[in-house]
Design a protein around this ligand. Structure first.
Ligand SMILES: C[S@@+](CC[C@H](N)C(=O)[O-])C[C@H]1O[C@@H](n2cnc3c(N)ncnc32)[C@H](O)[C@@H]1O
Ligand code: SF4
Length: 256
């Protein structure tokens, strides 16, 4: 096999070789600000009901909890094992769904739904089923919707993936970052390769049709050679997409 990099269009790479926000939320994080009021939000939602071509909707749900802290993490998350706190959050999430859903015109279908984090699979399998059922009864899901979730292989049991499949999830995004144990140790994210392989195999067995793997470059102890090995191995899994993030170093936001 030739170098995976030989297939990259260098012109395209140069064109987009500039810092930009990660696309994991839309609008992207720097566009959020406190001056956008609840009234404006409400008005915007109502406006989309009459926008003609915008009849389909995409929904994003944030689950900000994690089991341990990865030192590079720039996400909006909180490390907790306090199950009461998580339950409390799920209660608030249901309330918010209850505020929003009645304003969406009947007949509008959800064609994309995504659970991000944090780590949505830090929920227990029954919590996954419960909140997914609540969402499904609050909005009209298109039977062909893309329903996706971010998972962290380190704290995942097969039951989590079963609960997700039963709840209609068909796509997933797996955090890997780098397969080199030295890099993993430096960023406090020990994730043996065998674990990543096992979770990937479960996901395919259970019928997830779209699997993404996240990598990050710019982490401590990474070298071109080592990272190339990670990329080669990840390509061998055969994921449908690989997201390669430039490490965002934002100590003023994330002191860790
Ligand atoms: C919300 S997190 C991931 C899901 C899950 N909690 C996990 O870690 O496997 C989504 C992705 O954002 C990326 N990410 C997190 N912090 C980052 C940073 N500071 N710079 C670049 N990418 C980052 C990682 O690749 C991570 O997998
Ligand atoms: S990278 Fe994922 S698991 Fe690690 S702290 Fe961030 S959200 Fe949590």
């Amino acid at each position: 096999m030739g170098s995976p990099f030989s297939q990259v269009d260098l012109g395209l790479l140069k064109k987009y070789d500039r810092p930009g926000p990660r696309y994991t939320s839309y609008p992207t994080a720097p566009l959020f600000h406190g001056a956008f009021t609840a009234e404006e939000y409400h008005k915007e939602i109502l406006a989309t009901n009459t926008a003609g071509s915008a009849s389909d909707i995409s929904l994003y749900f944030h689950f900000p909890f994690c089991d341990t802290l990865c030192y590079f993490c720039g996400c909006t998350m909180l490390v907790t094992r306090d199950r009461h706190r998580i339950e409390e959050y799920l209660g608030y999430l249901k309330r918010e769904i209850g505020f929003i859903a009645p304003h969406i015109a009947k007949g509008r279908k959800v064609v994309q739904l995504h659970w991000g984090g944090g780590t949505p699979t830090h929920l227990l399998p029954d919590q996954i089923r419960d909140i997914a059922t609540f969402i499904g009864s609050s909005f009209a899901m298109d039977p062909d919707a893309e329903v996706s979730v971010e998972i962290d292989p380190r704290e995942l049991r097969r039951e989590h993936l079963e609960a997700l499949r039963e709840s209609g999830f068909n796509r997933m995004s797996m955090g890997v970052q780098d397969l080199d144990p030295k890099v993993q140790e430096a960023v406090n994210r020990l994730q043996p390769e065998a674990m990543t392989t096992e979770v990937y195999t479960w996901a395919r067995d259970l019928g997830f049709t779209g699997i993404n793997i996240d990598l990050i470059y710019g982490l401590p102890f990474q070298t071109l050679r080592g990272f190339e090995q990670t990329i080669r191995k990840v390509i061998e899994y055969g994921p449908d997409r690989i997201a390669v993030f430039n490490y965002a170093h934002v100590p003023w936001l994330k002191p860790h």
